[in-house]
Design a protein around this ligand. Structure first.
Ligand code: DC
Length: 233
């Protein structure tokens, strides 16, 4: 069986394990992987560090100017362990972009039209030669509407909050409560799905993956089989 190079778009709710599934699939089939949420998180970190967010309000003209001037350079760097880390202006910011401080306000930044435009442009450039797995919220609808494989990942809010809570614990955060994480997950769902700019929605030709009760192995096989189906000539 010959397989053609395709574009794989994985969208869905937050904390559905999109990046884990996308990374695993990319490694298995030898594709590049791009975490677009990390890009919005990096812009958010930049805005926080430069005091462009005050009491939940963003200084949009200043942020726009920084983007225009190229002050916010986001790239990905592979590590020796075979992982990929997010790099903001030459520095590894992986740890900081996953903090609650960033998670709490990233939806506000991701709702800004000119931020999305700049990110989408970069994402389309990264995927122009196909052969990549990209995960996010608008990949199958806006970034690559012609992607050969589109997955829409979902799971119950409680299952997703538990996953993020366990992740924070594993990273040494002992202060954030489960209720806070659940509130954050629910609030982000609301903002992501109701925003004016590219709201989170399932593309008509996307396949739904509800992994509330799936093991990682089952999920990986499911994705791999879908890939084989879409990539065969
Ligand atoms: O997947 P994540 O939790 O790291 O995403 C962080 C935020 O960025 C989340 O609020 C949704 C938003 N996002 C987006 O609007 N579009 C994307 N393509 C990816 C993420």
């Amino acid at each position: 069986m010959t397989l053609k190079k395709i574009t794989i778009a994985i969208d869905g709710h937050s904390s559905t394990g999109k990046s884990t599934m996308a990374k695993t699939l990319a490694r298995r089939i030898g594709y590049a992987y791009v975490d677009t949420g990390a890009m919005y998180r990096a812009v958010t970190l930049f805005a926080l560090r430069n005091k462009l967010i005050k009491r939940g309000k963003v200084d949009e003209p200043a942020l726009k100017e920084h983007l225009k001037r190229g002050d916010i350079a986001i790239t990905f760097r592979p590590t020796k362990e075979g992982k990929s880390v997010t790099v903001l202006n030459g520095k590894n910011v992986e740890r900081y972009i996953r903090s609650m401080r960033v998670s709490n306000v990233v939806s506000i930044i991701a709702a800004i039209g000119f931020v999305r435009k700049a990110m989408v442009k970069q994402q389309q450039a990264m995927g122009k030669d196909k052969g990549l797995v990209m995960d996010g919220r608008d990949i199958g609808t806006v970034v690559f509407p012609d992607a050969e494989m589109k997955v829409f990942a979902t799971a119950s809010a409680e299952v997703r909050a538990q996953r993020r809570y366990d992740e924070l614990r594993a990273k040494g955060d002992t202060t954030t409560t489960f209720e806070e994480v659940l509130a954050n997950v629910t609030e982000r769902d609301r903002i992501d799905s109701t925003r004016k700019e590219s709201p989170l929605r399932q593309a008509d030709d996307a396949v739904v993956l509800d992994n509330s009760h799936m093991t990682l192995e089952e999920q990986d096989e499911w994705l791999y089989n879908l890939y084989l189906d879409r990539a065969k000539n």
